[in-house]
Design a protein around this ligand. Structure first.
Ligand code: C2E
Ligand code: CA
Ligand code: CA
Length: 618
């Protein structure tokens, strides 16, 4: 017997600690103990008898049996029907209940708190009367800590009971922890989507009863991905943590917002990524919601000090109000989200209240999406070309190919409208390839027809740059169309590059090696500095038209443009000014040594036929 008893001991111990008492109360426990008895050839009576012995006697009576009991993590009490301790065994856990060694012959009532004693007494009479096993729990507070215990009590002979007391504190805490995690966001500690929805549903029920209003705010950080990708995820995480604090502060600060805000119930949650939601309850007037939204925008807009760098970010907020904008949580969230997208469209860093026309707008978006699929097949797309001229000689030196979509019913749709849709849907890959092929075919045709052509630049979207097959595609388009790569240029925005700088560098080097030149588009609107961008093989820098627009009236824009031109020259890049519309702008740019201009002053984008007239014959 002693050969395999240690194994058995371990089995029982592990079995007992694994038993989920909640789901399978006594049965399994007893059958495990039974199995042990069978092996040891003892019966229930022997067990009961052994429990009446003192520990020493027990050891003598059956050393092996004792070992089995020691392996049980529970504290065992053999109690009389009046609750007197006849014998007991301390538990395996360090927090076992009742640590004193002078318990024998004491009444439970005298050695425990009243509440616990009441529970024991109640349970004893129930067990004795029913001859059934029962199960209950109690807690005690010791040193400001809560301990949880679970008791299983079974009848013994002569109206005695056996109580097994197990410390379940760890399990309870783990359960609470799991419950917490299930309802909170790990990174910020804010409620998560699930908890927010619960609270929103409660909020709606309350608003319905009290006939009050409630607001749901949907926040999304602007260009967060850019920071996350360029500065690293740990910086991004930190930014989200600080943002969540600022949001909480933004909704809590009642002092300068409005007096009636002091009573607002609020809930700030993180949905995931850079999306947050906020519920404001008991709104008295809508203007107080505007004030909260303004404060949130202001709070998030304050500079962040992250890894010794000052970082700026903004947020776009959409607001939906109960009951006007939705009668349930799903509808309110959806409409707040729609309004948030509208805020993004309005140039970010602002808030928008939901209105029905926004849904009409997203309906329109969906229709365009469907139509765009057919546009390629139905040959509704074409390229216009906008000349670029040398600022001194006025000579045509290049042109930018700009896509146009002639919708059969709606006429021309701006690329500013459909390119983002193409990017979202992935159609940009096909459209982008079509653009390059069309530009190359056109260029090759002009060469064949004997024209002295100039460089044709096409725009590449950030999505296209990610595509691993991009360079192979360009390479084969070049050879299929017979286009001379010297006359092909590619324009990219800085955000496309710094999203994934390593991949960008790889692609750009490869594109350069094909003999194609590269321009950095819309320069000045992004985040990066020129010195950072010098890592990339860029030939030409295009100053965004936003700076050119006011260059003759805005002193700040003027000095910025001057600085960009001289820095770009310092790095060996050519400079193109975009959006040149009036003579004064041209003069300013001329004085400040800009190389090339592009804009309505010289020509709008025109169809291929019209450019042909500007090209010289060889
Ligand atoms: P972009 O690359 O910055 O193109 C310049 C835009 O400025 C063009 O708008 C052009 O028509 C406009 N523009 C040119 N000169 C002036 C001027 O003097 N004043 C003003 N106010 N505007 C001027 P467009 O053609 O509507 O294109 C808008 C944007 O759509 C482009 O901005 C580009 O980002 C994108 N895009 C156009 N074609 C393509 C394409 O084939 N592929 C991709 N991925 N994007 C394209
Ligand atoms: Ca461009
Ligand atoms: Ca541009």
């Amino acid at each position: 017997m002693s050969d395999y008893s240690p194994v058995l001991k371990r089995q029982i111990a592990s079995f007992l600690s694994a038993v989920d008492i909640e789901k399978s109360p006594w049965k399994e426990f007893l059958s495990a103990v039974d199995q042990a008895y069978v092996k040891y050839d003892v019966d229930q009576r022997t067990l009961e008898h052994s429990l009446t012995l003192s520990a020493e006697e027990l050891v003598q009576a059956n050393e092996e049996m004792h070992a089995v009991f020691q392996a049980i993590p529970d504290q065992l009490f053999h109690l009389s029907n009046e609750g007197r301790v006849i014998s007991y065994k301390s538990g395996g856990s360090s927090n076992y209940y009742l640590k004193s060694d002078r318990l024998i012959n004491e009444l439970m009532r005298d050695i425990t708190s009243r509440e616990v004693a009441d529970k024991f007494d109640g349970a004893i009479s129930e067990v004795v009367n029913s001859s059934r096993t029962i199960h209950f729990e109690f807690v005690i507070v010791h040193d400001k800590k809560i301990y949880y215990y679970e008791v299983r009590m079974m009848p013994l002979k002569s109206n005695h009971v056996l109580a097994l007391v197990r410390d379940i504190t760890e399990r309870r805490l783990a359960e609470e922890q799991i419950a917490y995690l299930a309802y909170h966001d790990n990174l910020t500690g804010l409620p998560n989507n699930r908890l927010f929805r619960d609270r929103l549903e409660q909020g709606i029920a309350h608003a319905e009863r009290s006939n009050s209003k409630l607001a749901v705010l949907f926040l999304d950080l602007d260009r967060f991905k850019l920071i996350n990708d360029s500065m690293g995820h740990s910086v991004g995480d930190e930014l989200l943590q600080i943002t969540s604090e600022r949001l909480i502060e933004g909704v809590r600060r009642s002092d300068s917002v409005a007096l009636n805000m002091a009573t607002l119930n609020t809930s700030v949650a993180r949905l995931g990524g850079d999306e947050f939601t906020i519920m404001l309850e008991d709104i008295e007037d809508i203007s107080s919601v505007s004030r909260v939204a303004e404060r949130l925008i202001e709070n998030v807009g304050k500079p962040f000090e992250l890894s010794n760098q000052e970082v700026h970010i903004s947020t776009s907020i959409g607001v939906a109000i109960y009951p006007e904008d939705g009668s349930d949580a799903g509808m309110l969230l959806k409409n707040a989200d729609v309004a948030m997208y509208h805020a993004k469209d309005q140039g970010r860093n602002n808030f928008q209240f939901f209105n029905e026309s926004m849904n009409a707008a997203s309906h329109e978006q969906l229709m365009l999406e469907n139509n765009l699929h057919k546009a390629l097949k139905n040959k509704e797309l074409c390229l216009y070309y906008q000349p670029q001229v040398n600022i001194i000689s006025g000579e045509l030196i290049g042109m930018e190919a700009l896509i146009r979509w002639k919708h059969p019913e709606r006429g021309f749709i701006s690329p500013g409208v459909f390119i983002p849709i193409a990017e979202e849907t992935g159609l940009i890959m096909e459209i982008g390839e079509w653009v390059i092929r069309e530009a190359c075919e056109q260029g090759a045709r002009w060469i064949k027809e004997g024209y002295k052509i100039v460089k044709i630049s096409v725009n590449l979207s950030a999505k296209q740059l990610k595509e691993p097959k991009l360079c192979d595609m360009i390479d084969s388009v070049l050879s299929e169309t017979g286009m001379n790569p010297e006359f092909l240029g590619i324009e990219l925005t800085e955000s496309a590059i710094i999203l994934e700088p390593e991949i960008a560098l790889l692609r750009l080097d490869r594109i350069k090696s094909l003999g194609i030149s590269l321009s950095l588009d819309d320069f000045g609107t992004g985040y990066s500095s020129l010195s950072y961008l010098k890592r990339f093989p860029i030939d030409t820098l295009k100053i965004d038209q936003a700076f050119i627009r006011d260059v003759t009236v805005d002193q700040e824009d003027a000095s910025l443009v001057k600085a960009i031109i001289s820095m770009a020259h310092g790095l060996g890049m050519d400079v193109v000014a975009e959006g040149v519309e009036v003579q004064e702008q041209l003069e300013f740019l001329g004085v400040n040594a800009c190389d090339t201009i592009q804009g309505y002053l010289f020509s709008r984008p025109v169809p291929a036929e019209k450019v042909k007239q500007m090209l010289k014959k060889r």
